[in-house]
Design a protein around this ligand. Structure first.
Ligand code: ADP
Ligand code: MG
Length: 343
């Protein structure tokens, strides 16, 4: 079988005629369709049991929340506002109704968080795994595509990366669902005892778990006019930057010492032996934004969001300057569905 990236290329080559209102189709975070004086944005994402989520260490609430927020991230990646959602669910007959009820708690919380309305969907029976799908419709006045990066652009990333990947690593070791909600944490004394294994700094441990379980993407509205290209980080900083460069027909040089690693990740990785830098470069589902611009960004316009300049767009190829100043070719790594081995 081909892998995800090859399959998307195959589909894209085969279905390649569009009406003139379609500004961007397969290949970006959302499809972009002109409608009167604004652009409509369409995006859809699946979550498959045992691939995107695992009931052995996540609650249905957390899965529902993430189903919505991962799609919100794609709308923000275009500089857009999400408005409406369609929900598709395929469930096993033997599931308890409480699964659906809790799933809806998480979906509802996230819809409220981003002021979205659920306007439709579909339901099916599934023989084995649970399938969850969300389709989001949003709009933008001035959508930012992946393909606008130009040689000489500065590369920025919001927030910190690797946190969600670290949270997932912790969950795999915890091996049980934890009752963590957006505004409410209900853990037993035994839970806390277990979490202390990862670090005495409980705030850091909980922060990393929350970054994975309940990601909260943030928009970059105030500086959009200065941005040439943008996408969200769903599969890993290095592979997603590589995808942006591929769409733009350019290359990139990034600096290892500029990759934004949170204090929480530094703390927990030193206590557990996780590789913070590798997670920051290749860990998925941070739902931060990567963007490029030829301007110096006025950070006062987005004071609530940390942004870090991590490199520069070059004509071609992909490099990382290591801590010791040596420049090395960077292999884009991250999660690729259907790929037999990484890298
Ligand atoms: P993201 O991670 O931003 O959600 P994906 O990696 O899922 O994006 O998809 C990349 C691009 O390929 C998107 O533009 C998406 O719409 C398109 N795509 C993915 N799967 C399919 C498919 N089965 N048919 C058509 N387009 C697809
Ligand atoms: Mg995306």
């Amino acid at each position: 079988m081909k892998d995800e990236i090859e399959i998307i290329d195959t589909i894209r080559k085969r279905f390649n005629t569009y009406p003139p209102s379609v500004v961007s189709q397969i290949g970006d975070d959302t499809a972009v369709v002109r409608h009167d004086n604004r652009y409509l944005l369409y995006t859809t994402d699946f979550m498959v049991e045992d691939v995107h989520f695992n009931l052995a260490f996540e609650t249905p609430y957390q899965i529902g929340f993430r189903l919505v927020s991962s799609n919100v991230s794609d709308i923000f990646a275009m500089g857009g506002e999400p408005e409406f959602m369609l929900l598709n669910i395929a469930l096993r007959k033997d599931l308890d109704f409480s699964f659906l009820d809790e799933l809806m708690d998480g979906i509802e919380e996230c819809l409220k968080r981003y002021k979205l309305s659920l306007i439709g969907g579909d339901i099916s029976e599934s023989k084995n795994n649970i399938f969850l799908g969300a389709t989001l419709i949003g709009y933008s006045i001035n959508p930012i595509l992946r393909n606008g990066a130009m040689a000489g652009d500065r590369i920025y990333v919001t927030g910190t990366t690797g946190d969600s990947g670290a949270g997932l690593e912790l969950l795999k070791r915890i091996k049980k669902p934890l009752n963590i909600r957006l505004n409410e944490i209900n853990l037993t004394t035994e839970d806390y005892e277990m979490l202390k294994r990862f670090s005495a700094d409980m705030d850091s441990v909980l922060y990393l778990l929350k970054r994975h379980l309940l990601p909260e993407p943030r928009p970059l509205h105030n500086i959009l006019k200065d941005i040439n290209s943008m996408m969200d980080i769903s599969d890993g900083l290095s592979i997603d930057l590589w995808k942006l460069c591929k769409e733009s027909g350019v290359g990139a040089l990034i600096y290892e010492d500029k990759i934004p690693v949170s204090d929480a990740l530094k703390e927990v990785s030193s206590a557990t032996g996780l590789d913070a830098l590798s997670l920051a470069l290749t860990g998925g589902e941070d739902f931060e934004l990567i963007f490029t611009t030829s301007k110096q960004i006025d950070t006062s316009l987005i004071s609530e969001i940390k942004i870090t300049e991590i490199g520069i767009i070059i004509e071609k190829d992909f490099y990382i300057e290591k801590m010791d100043g040596k420049k090395k070719s960077l292999t884009p790594q991250g999660y690729v569905h259907l790929r037999k081995h990484d890298g």
